[in-house]
Ligand binder design. Structure first.
Ligand code: 5RP
Length: 237
């Protein structure tokens, strides 16, 4: 990991430390789910180096952004519609609580990220220490993917549940996911019982997926000023 004295503990150097450490979860000859975001970009760069040195893996990307970067770095990828057997998926998060539940979707890739995490034998989360929170939703809004059809009505239904809904924009345009859907960012109270929040929102017609990943994390790598720390087992709840 390259550092300089002014940035040795910057969020990006902590992300890089976590990403590079997570390489230890990737074995030769395996299929690897590749997440999305700035932390994963460090993973792709480090993984590309290993591939160049002879590591044989195939990646399953969670977004077009990741697919494009992986292809540029010569990381072999499997077809989107193949019947994957994913040994390990590695991805970042926007927030992680003490039970290892996550908010994801800051990059808008939550649907594909959840499909790949759910289909991986092991789901490894890589974060910088600032992502660790006492309860989800205190600082980061909850991303929810919805279909464009009738979206104002879907927004109203979610508001009736007590959340403030913001339709995500990018460059003054409505943000479109890789699946041609919209993203709502929800603010409300903290999500103390994330499984109930997820079920409640997911039950609404028009909602495709909710960026709460409950009980899915099987290992965690945290980049901290003390170095990258690996936790191999979820906390007992
Ligand atoms: C993308 C995600 C990312 O994992 C999440 O936003 C974290 O991103 P970063 O590594 O850039 O902090 O869920 O949809």
């Amino acid at each position: 990991m390259s550092t300089d004295s002014s940035s040795s503990f910057s969020p990006s150097s902590l992300k890089q430390a976590a990403a590079e450490k997570s390489l230890e979860f990737i074995q030769d000859g395996t299929t690897v789910g590749l997440g999305t975001g700035s932390t994963v970009r460090y993973l792709l760069e480090a993984l590309a180096q290993r591939v160049q040195e002879g590591l044989r893996i195939q990646g399953v990307p969670t977004s077009q952004e990741t697919a494009a970067l992986a292809a540029k770095l010569n990381i072999p990828l499997v077809d989107d519609e193949a019947a994957w057997e994913i040994d390990v998926a590695i991805d970042g998060a926007d927030e992680i609580d003490p039970q290892w539940n996550l908010i994801k979707g800051g990059g808008g890739a939550l649907l594909r990220e959840k499909i790949i995490a759910a289909n991986a034998k092991k789901f490894v989360v890589i974060v910088d220490a600032a992502k660790q929170v006492s309860a989800l939703g205190l600082s980061f809004p909850l991303p929810v993917e919805v279909i464009p059809f009738g979206w104002p009505s879907t927004a109203r239904k979610i508001e009736q549940l007590g959340y403030q809904v913001t339709l995500r924009e990018k460059n003054n345009q409505t943000f479109l996911t890789d699946n041609h859907n919209y993203i709502f960012d929800l603010k409300g109270e903290e999500f103390n019982i994330p499984s109930e929040v997820a079920q409640q929102i997911l039950a609404l017609p028009g909602v495709v997926e909710v960026g709460l990943f409950v009980g899915m994390t099987s290992a965690l790598v945290v980049g901290s000023p003390q170095g990258a720390i690996v936790y191999h087992h979820p906390p007992v709840t």
